[in-house]
Design a protein. Sequence first.
Length: 407
Amino acid sequence: MITEATAQSTFVPNYDETKVQPFSLPDLGDIIGKKITNVTQWEEAKGKWLQVYASKMYGTFPSNKVSVTSKLVVQKTVLNGIAEMNVWEISLANKVKVHLLGFIPLGKPVKVALLGLNFCGINTVFEDAEIPVSPKYVICNEAPFFNNHFATDKATGIQKETWQIEKVIQSGYATFSVACADFEEDFPDGYKKGVRTVLADDLNLKAEDWTAMSAWAWGLSKMLDVMKTLPELKDAKMILHGHSRMGKASLWAAANDNRFDAVIAIQSGEGGAALLRRNFGEGIEPITNRFPHWFLPNFAQYAGKESTLPMDQHILLSLIAPRPLFVSSALDDKWADPKGEFLSAKEAGIAYQLYGKKGISEENMPETEILVGNHVNYYIRKGKHEVNVLDWDYFLKFIPKVISGSF
Ligand code: GTR
């Protein structure tokens, strides 16, 4: 049975650096009982850490294969002829229908394809009336764009600032988006109509073996299956990006699927890049109370006892090594604990070093709008919890380095 939140939260977030309790972080080698000094040992430890995350936090990431078939339902030239917009109707195991929206620059080889989950339906990402309106429950609910949590055709393009499709295309990159709700609607009972229930037999998993976070992460992998078949993308690096809860899912997806060549985790906070042991901003108690479907029920038991967890989130980031990683924060997004995101990204550098790559050498958090790091990048800007055009300026500085491999 899947439990739902019942307890009233008494959680009071700490926003005072002087009240952050001292903590020490688990070592990468803890899981194999010895200090890790080379990639072979780390590769062995990696499998075990993935198991820890799968059993304590995110649940199983499915390994059974399912059929993934796609049918192009919309194709047109957009943005004054510089890109082709496509919508594919994708069928998972001939049971679950997903819509993937993809923009491919025309007339030049594509070196990068971005993929991200959207919160509120593919028609919010770009203004075009031909993009189908999702029939799924979404967390957005602002009238007149949404009606009782269902997108209307008025929602077309309302999140275009977040996605910056035109800017990305002008930089020469392809960009793809899929709604998290196509895999699982984002509420505690969402699993009942999502992949965790409908594909239970195909994946040989019970709904409670995994979580919404794993369903979204696995969904990204299935979209990658389709993207890998597109001739235009045959030489493209595949870069995952995600904001907030979608940032958490992106990190978990990339940890499991190394076909993702790089990850941009934007303000992913608690359960994403931020250290769980740092008592600042959101904690395990509020996140598991408000979103019991995101994590396994046993994760909630670590609220207030974070130091007893075998892992912390620098290890999730380490699982992405040696692939380039970009962790980004926003100054006013204290709930996501920017410093906890920075420290975690910095600590993950240890895994990158095993591969001869460099993480972040700066000891302290950088000032706003200064990009630091090498294979692990970090930046914080002024302002709130959102993705904006300034963020994209920084992501677009990172992407050429992913292409060239030199940081
Ligand atoms: C918040 C949640 C965060 C973050 C955010 C979002 O309510 O507490 O962990 O995921 O939602 O996804 O925007």
